[in-house]
Design a protein around this ligand. Sequence first.
Ligand SMILES: Cc1ncc(COP(=O)(O)O)c(C=O)c1O
Length: 370
Amino acid sequence: MQIEPFGLERWFAEYEHGAEIMLAESGVRSLGSGRFDTDPGELGYVIPTDGDPEVRAAVADRYDRDADEVVCTCGTQEANFLAVLAVLGGAHPLDGQRTARSSSGTAHAVVVTPTYQALHAVPEAVGEVTRVPLEPPNWELDIDAVADAIRSDTRLLVVNNPNNPTGRYHPLERIEALYDLAADNDAYLLCDEVYRLLAEDPIPPVASMGPHGLSTASLSKAYGLAGLRFGWLAGDRAVVDAACRWKDYTTISPGTFGQHVAKQALEDDTEAEIIAENRDLVSRNHDRTQAFLERHGLEWYDPVGVNGFVTIPDEFENGRAFCRTVVEEASVVLAPGEFFDHPDRFRIGFGLPTPELEAGLERIEAVLES
Ligand SMILES: Cc1ncc(COP(=O)(O)O)c(C=O)c1O
């Protein structure tokens, strides 16, 4: 099994530590720990290791599912990893008799791209993948193209909604059409919904659409609590069970601190307060970023969430050249579009505290005007 290096993480490793302003961060600025109780008591494993039943029940409620249809994970990253392994990496959860692999030895997934690299790299490591591209400038989800990509051994469709890096939020009817395709083909639809609560009017999560929907999410992006490393996978019990079998080999249980704080963040009032505060920040920052782009003739698809995928200024050869200049001359980290197979773009994350965002934009402006 081979896995591609995670391009964006390696880019961050090169620049994030030394640079002064991080405009490549894909979440909302982090909240302080001071607003939570941070004493979980004994520092053992979380028992049961798939997460506190109360937390799983609270999460499951959001999907009209039972606590047994949720496994708590270390972030969305682990949730996606486990979901892919559960569906592509062994016996097929839809049927104990059938294996995920066809007689030709493959397990096939259809992945909508561009997307967060893990969402295609992990399926590519364990099976075969057909990528279905979203096309600029509107990045619309082409259901016919997904249907054409489905094969007899397709077990998984993968989408990220709202999408990183484009900020495209696919509407309900497209996601339902995708769900129907999965159901008609005995496959699962895995939707990474980590940015979902940043939408003004979020559509229902796919795990609430029926047995073929698998939703992943976490407290990282919309809540500004990435350091908790707390997320989950919700969906069909057979997939969750298979995910738990893999989880015994990844992290065993979620972190005790993470779960302790997550419990508080997921309480209705606290959650509503955090999400309202964060949406407010995101909306303010969105407008500042949009005005900046307009001043410089740069274009994006007006994004939902905190990531925008922007055309590079004419005078630069590609995204990498532009981002390298900006980080070396202005100490601001952006994400080159090369990591999403669109070298004519860069990704900007505008979830930082507003003064920091403004300082970053001013520095980029100075590079553009020099
Ligand atoms: C679409 C998407 N999924 C998952 C992740 C990882 O998130 P987490 O911190 O919840 O593991 C990211 C991080 O950028 C992301 O953009």
